[in-house]
Ligand binder design. Structure first.
Ligand code: MSP
Length: 531
């Protein structure tokens, strides 16, 4: 068995976001990828796995060099400033990354050089060198930092060539080192089809990649000579490494490779190959074609999975600098609160599809799911206990069939959520499963009517309240990865100690008689809809 066909269920879990270009201020699209990874990282930690979660910034290349020039600063000053914005964003989003890599760091540059050397020292499957010197003559789009074939481009009314992304392409002719990608075509197809059928998700993207590779791969230009902001090619200082080769290497440089290759306890031995590279749909090709081929060429294992999410538009329009309509995460957080924004991003759109970020949709989600369903359940049960059950966990009597049904549904959530998140990266279906139990619990409150039982059957009232806070406890534990701050407050209100908040603690039922603090609402309604 090849090492990369190992089960996906190992206890270690290495997850990465793409590293963000520092030519632009962070917007909601960047926040989306990072929050999705954070939910998975937090979920895996709570599920007992040894997690390493990486994010960072992609700071070299022509595009960043140009942005620095336009801003009237040196690339170094410019990248220092913009990279810090992405670091701040991670903090503002309450993201639990273990590391933040910058491609301008010495640890990263040393890794790129070694990766290049290893690729150059080894032969491609056709027996020829993986890297050779030639001349590139073709189209390049600086905005995408990508090479395009003539057949991929369209000509605009101004006579200019445009890439499928809309980025302008220019004709480039210069000496260049090439990577013999063409020789890796059959290996890649075999990797997708047989060795690792789970490699690319969702299925539509997998099919696109497979048909792209089947059409035939050209060798890839992997160095440039017409600008200087990047990592130098070893032993040929006239050449700067292609920014995508530099950028993709971050996933191993951040693990300390190659310095710790022989160290079994080092980060590289512990966490490589990555379990999941989360990416937007625009950069699947780089991660699922070039990256595994580069790694194999260097004698390293390819990652286990690449998953591509869709893109957000804003009020129906593409986010763009020229329209000035990019949604700033900080403004959204100030307006709606962090956890509602995190929830909305992952609940509103099936992960993998495109979505539209609009005010009415986010307000609807806040008021319906968070305020009416979850917030109201917590608030009415906890304040009822406070007023009518002595502010302690109520002692339950015998459970009825109805009680059992609800308790069983709550106990069944973890395996469902685990499958939806870990196997399918389906955040919205995981949330649907949890909120369906919240809905059942709200209906149970109405049908059991504890306010009536208070007079007619106080012992039964205690059982009903016990069932309800048990449900709230399980829901809050499972929602922690999505809304860490709010769920911590809710678990505080249930007097759940820190060590009982992991998934291993799910079966530690509440202890009757435990004092409960005064409850406070977690999710207020958004007043905009009341007006
Ligand atoms: N630097 C490269 C990635 C290198 S990874 C080795 C890059 N950077 S980026 O800043 O342009 O994009 C980073 C991520 O943000 C991509 O996954 C991209 O898909 C995502 N998004 C950018 N705009 C987006 C939306 N409007 N909506 C959703 N995601 C978006 O590509």
């Amino acid at each position: 068995m090849q090492p990369w066909t190992r089960a996906l269920t190992m206890t270690r879990f290495y997850i990465t976001t793409p590293i963000y270009y520092v030519n632009d201020a962070p917007h909601i699209g960047h926040a989306y990828t990072t929050v999705a990874c954070d939910v998975l990282a937090r979920f895996m930690r709570l599920d007992g796995r040894d997690v390493h979660f990486l994010t960072g910034t992609d700071e070299h290349g022509q595009k960043v060099e140009k942005a620095a020039r336009d801003a009237g600063t040196s690339p170094q000053e410019f990248t220092d400033r913009v990279s810090q914005n992405f670091r701040d964003l991670a903090v503002e989003l309450d993201v639990s990354n273990d590391d933040f890599i910058r491609t301008t760091e010495p640890r990263h540059k040393a890794c790129c050089a070694e990766l290049w050397r290893r690729m150059a020292a080894r032969k491609a499957p056709d027996g020829q060198d993986n890297i050779y010197l030639g001349k590139y003559a073709g189209w390049y789009a600086v905005r995408d930092e990508a090479f395009y074939g003539e057949d991929e481009l369209t000509t605009g009314p101004d006579g200019r060539k445009r890439a499928p992304s809309g980025a302008e392409a220019e004709w480039v002719e210069e000496p260049s080192y090439f990577f013999r990608l063409s020789a890796w075509q059959d290996w890649l197809l075999d990797y997708y089809a047989r060795m690792n059928p789970e490699f690319i998700g969702p299925l539509t993207r997998r099919n696109e990649v497979i048909s792209f590779v089947k059409q035939g791969l050209n060798d890839l230009s992997i160095s440039r000579t017409t600008f200087s902001w990047g990592v130098q090619v070893p032993d040929d200082s006239k050449h700067i490494m292609y920014v995508w080769l530099d950028a993709l290497s971050n996933y191993v440089s951040a693990l300390g490779w190659p310095g710790n290759e022989a160290d079994q306890a080092g980060l590289f031995a512990r966490f490589w190959p990555a379990d999941l590279h989360m990416v937007g749909k625009d950069i699947v090709r780089f991660h699922s074609v070039y990256w595994p081929a580069f790694l194999m060429a260097a004698g390293l294992e390819p990652p286990k999975r690449v998953f591509a999410h869709g893109w957000w538009t804003v009020e129906g329009q593409k986010m763009s600098k020229s329209l000035g309509n990019a949604v700033k995460p900080s403004e959204m957080i100030a307006r709606y609160g962090l956890d509602p924004v995190r929830y909305f991003l992952l609940r509103e759109v099936p992960f993998g599809q495109d979505g539209d970020f609009n005010q009415s949709a986010i307000i609807r989600r806040i008021n319906t799911d968070l305020a009416n369903d979850l917030g109201n359940l917590g608030q009415r049960v906890l304040s009822f206990i406070q007023k009518n059950a002595g502010a302690v966990v109520p002692p339950p009597g015998r459970f009825t069939a109805e009680d059992r049904k609800l308790l069983d549904a709550a106990a069944a959530m973890l395996p469902i959520v685990r499958a939806e998140l870990a196997q399918h990266q389906s955040f919205n279906r995981a949330l649907e499963a949890i909120f369906s139990v919240v809905g059942d619990a709200n209906r149970y409150v109405d049908s059991q009517a504890p306010w009536t039982l208070r007079k007619t059957d106080p012992a039964r009232m205690q059982t009903v309240l016990y069932v309800l806070i048990e449900i709230i406890r399980r829901v809050a534990i499972l929602l922690q990865p999505f809304m860490p701050g709010s769920m911590a407050r809710l678990l505080d209100q249930l007097a759940i100690p820190g060590e009982a908040r992991s998934f291993a603690g799910l079966d530690r039922e509440l202890i009757p008689g435990t004092a409960l603090p005064t409850p406070a609402g977690i999710f207020p309604r958004d007043q905009a809809s009341v007006a």
